[in-house]
Design a protein around this ligand. Sequence first.
Ligand code: UDP
Length: 487
Amino acid sequence: MAIAVTGTEEGGAGVGDSPMPHVVMVSFPAQGHLNPLLRLAKRVAAKGLLVTLCSTDDTARRIAAAASTSVGALADPTRVGRGFIRFEFFSDGIAPDDPVRQLDFDFFMAALRSAGPPALTALVRRQVVPVACIVGNPFVPWVLDVAADLGLPSGVLWVQSAAVFSIYYHCHHALATFPSEDNPDVTVQLPGLPPLRPEDLPTFLLWTSPYQILKIVILEQFGNLSNASWVFANTFDELEHEAIEAISHHQVIIPIGPLVDPPAEGAGSKEIGGGEIKADLFKAADESIQWLARHPPRSVVYVSVGSVVVLTEEEMEEVAWGLKHTGRPFLWVVRSDARERLPAGFAEAVEAEGIGMLVEWSPQERVLEHEAVACFLTHCGWNSTMEALTAGVPVVAYPQFGDQVPDAKMLAEACGVGVRLPAPATRAELQRCVKAVTEGETAEAIRRRASEWKEAAAKAVSEGGSSDRHIQAFVDDLTKKAARPTN
Ligand code: UDP
């Protein structure tokens, strides 16, 4: 049943006679961007706003397929707390099912940049409930220009750490010296951050990075950022206080994380809710939760490298046999594009011996909050990093590129919630790392710190917490503007 969100008393979703403030959020089509924006949408909606979450038509097809629903059904508003969320999509200018999206990043970005602005402008103009604000996220900086052309205020959700924001900001504005081909051995000194050696930096900034296009795309976002009225970041004050303070002398960033859905039951689940609304691009193996339930507390090793990283065949082989030899049950996410890299006979052996479970995609947040999970072998994408801290799960950090490298350092060193698995992984090192975070005195200390971070994360997003107050201020601001009579 479609719910009226006309913003009137009649529709039952209004704030008095004023229209319910309507925020359009626009996500770059990647899992690591969609998840935090949707979670922000839920937190904002829960406080009484209507949010329309937008991405490309191709994303719509994938979300609908993963959720076994239709694209049309995604447009229906779903109640979340005191507000609503719905989805709407626009064309990226490429024909449906054209593999060029996956094969040629340059081409895809150019197509999106050309088709996105007019399509988003039309989408905003056709909204029945007038739009109060547009919020974009990384890789779609043109969203801010669309908002400005429409005379609307805009915001950005930064989906990585404040530390990484600061590093990129200083690089874009040439405010510090970074390693270069001529001067490779530079220690970067930035306010609010420890000295950064080249190996501590997001790898895309290094002149040796094979992904120079990503450096351009990432830094480009800082060009028009000052047009945004709000720059939110998926982090929290207790985690990155100094980095947030220091960068805010140049550009104020508003910590509103960790953006993680509240557990299915427990604090926040009722006030926020909307846990059933997902933007998964892959179908999650929900049966993994039943599988976890058959294992004792703190027994299972959970392994995932997110939505982009693909390990080499050699790494897959070492991880496979390393996991087997830990003697612990394991839940390993092997996406379909990595399946053929598994060692021959391994999947069959896992099945026959009942030593683990291989899935193409997991309901990760629910997995991490399950008591059977002992540790998380992660690539340290920022969402996974936030989810691990929120769940209080010890980690074995195995970063590959980009911000995963500083994220791993933060988890293992600054937060003290895990250890780093040296690259390239070997089975012996993997076993050693899993043991280090699950058995003995070191593991005990790691678990204690993980519990402390879990508590701090929960506090930040609970009512009146440091992040919650920032979200409330944003909602209050828009609500006041919506209530103001227009001439
Ligand atoms: N994720 C998931 N199931 C999986 C693997 C990942 O739901 O099997 C989610 C995970 O919870 C996170 C996102 O996908 O929210 C991945 O984002 P992250 O920043 O960790 O890594 P990326 O995919 O961007 O490299």
